[in-house]
Design a protein around this ligand. Sequence first.
Ligand code: TYM
Length: 328
Amino acid sequence: MKRVLSGIQPSGQLTLGNYIGALQNFVKLQDDHECFFMVVDLHAITVPQDPAALREQIESVAALFIASGINPDKSALFLQSHVTAHAELGWLMTTLAYMGELERMTQFKEKSAGKESIGAGLFVYPALMAADILVYNADLVPVGDDQKQHLEITRDLAQRFNQRYGDLFTLPEPYIPKVGARIMSLDDASKKMSKSNPNPGSFIAMLDEPDVIRKKLSRAVTDSGREVKYDPQSKPEVSNLMSIYTYCSGLSIGEIEAKYEGQGYGAFKKDLAEHVVATLEPIQKRYKEIRESGELASFLRKGAERANAAAEPLLREVKRRMGFVLPE
Ligand code: TYM
């Protein structure tokens, strides 16, 4: 059975982009793969976080995994910081990485642009992410389009290790959805929808109330035309809304175009909002139940036990090959 690993940062409210690009695919994979899913809390602190807000976000993201359909009996669901092998292998991978390849990472360039002081954690982030994946020898990593470059450097580091110390790591493949791999911002279709965007009108949060979702979508930027037509080059805003529509309704792009022919954007946006609300409402209901049940801690404990059991032997072998003296 193939191994799957993925993670989401608890650095803000999860968005519809996180759901369509990543979470919903996690759920699909868990039936016929051995899955490890985590809240990557160690990654979140590469930018400053308020401790109380971080704690809440970590629990919220973990509960959203379950609310979205991750079954903690099937998949190992855990917090990255509960499995110390991540941080440890992260350091070992950092020593294999080159400054030049880390400097080329788009996410680093974006997050550090215009900043006077840039945290070193942000720079070495890809080495920790590589460790996250390699410590389980994962075959598949379900992610959105923006994580492709991180997967490439993970493969490069794995290959470098394998060449120096003998074949050990599996080279992981990204697993990217056909529709919705890159959901764009509602106020600017040249940027991806992001939980760290300071304008809440730019994203749909998975926990937004139905009326908030309706308002945000009615205000979503569109071009001045009125044709509901999929054309990412000349109509990026409408095309982005159509990707969301396709995912949330199950209708194909062609069916959506036919449905709104000659009707303008108003009716399309109104129906889109109802499809998004219908997609998120059951998740929000389960989310409340999980938060109120107090069961989260025991799910996470069980998940960390499984993750630790899988990660520890591999970390030990990495250290042995690199020349460390292992404790008896
Ligand atoms: P993060 O927390 O930014 O995003 C989590 C997942 O959501 C996807 N995603 C999107 N997909 C489509 N459209 C969007 N607008 C959108 N925004 C986010 C991301 O591609 C991602 O799959 N570096 C990772 C976290 C990480 C990780 C890992 C992932 C750390 N270690 C190991 C996989 C394996 C990140 O920042 O994701």
